[in-house]
Design a protein around this ligand. Sequence first.
Ligand code: NAD
Length: 323
Amino acid sequence: MAFPLRKLELRPLGNTGLRLSCVGFGASPLGNVFGAVSENDAVASVREAFRLGINFFDTSPYYGGTLSEKMLGKALKAAGVPRNEYIVSTKCGRYVDGFDFSAERVTRSIDESLARLQLDYVDILQCHDIEFGSLDQIVNETIPALQKQKEAGKIRFIGITGLPLEIFTYVLDRMPPGAVDVILSYCHYSINDSTLEDLLPYLKSKGVGVISASPLAMGLLTDNGPPEWHPASPELKSACKAAAARCKEKGKNISKIAMQYSLSNKDISSVLVGMNSVKQVQENVTAASELALFGKDQEALTEVEAILKPVKNQTWPSGIHQS
Ligand code: NAD
């Protein structure tokens, strides 16, 4: 297959001035979150990502208990691309031993992440899964602590991530404009759940950049299916399995249809997909190139949407109740 079929589209991220490749490299698989990945495969995947025009890489100290950050750091170094040509996002507040969004912990966390990533700064630092902490602490303590690190030049932009969409409005309604540059939402803009769509006009009005993660619904929309730990209901899992099987029967690939669905909304700056092999990088970039050239496979999408209709927008609980 000849690559690239077409230059991967870059999209602006809110008011940051950053332009992210529409396909972003989710590095949680490099922490062995979806099964073991060798260092060779990690390095080769990142190298291929650069070659095909991906410029955005996302990780967290939580993924694989810091392994993802270490592997991504090694892979970025091995690729040898000038630092100003790529965008790295990592996170703070969520660790294998629990959550801690205190100013002291997140400040220390940035230095630890920079050391593991072998970088002097990260482009985006995000508070990770804030629904597990006190949202008032995020507003009053965590983000102000990150602003100090922004001034110190260790991070360029600040973000928040999590599953329930209400967390974003809660925080953004309480922060001055420009305090939060970006949000990362996951599992809410894929074929089975598109509820992020309703929030996009609000985010745009705030000048906040939008990253949408998990276009394959953390493995639900793949031929291999989700990992053991996947929190979806049995009903949702079996509907996705049926949709994947139907695609296969028709000689189609559900992951490609899912990628193209998520990439179609240009108010989303980057669709972050978890990747652990050169093949997956090639397939996901090809999905984007073919979308740009030929548009969506509407017939296959309509059929998948019909199978998933009974479970459309079904999600799962995440986080603690806010007082
Ligand atoms: P995903 O929907 O991207 O699915 C990843 C799974 O799909 C992995 O098993 C991967 O190997 C597989 N896959 C990738 N491309 C494929 C292809 N072409 N064909 C078949 N299988 C393919 O889910 P994800 O990895 O959880 O999400 C993407 C990234 O977004 C993460 O790596 C992480 O960086 C980020 N993320 C952040 C948060 C958060 O901040 N709270 C939550 C979820 C995801």
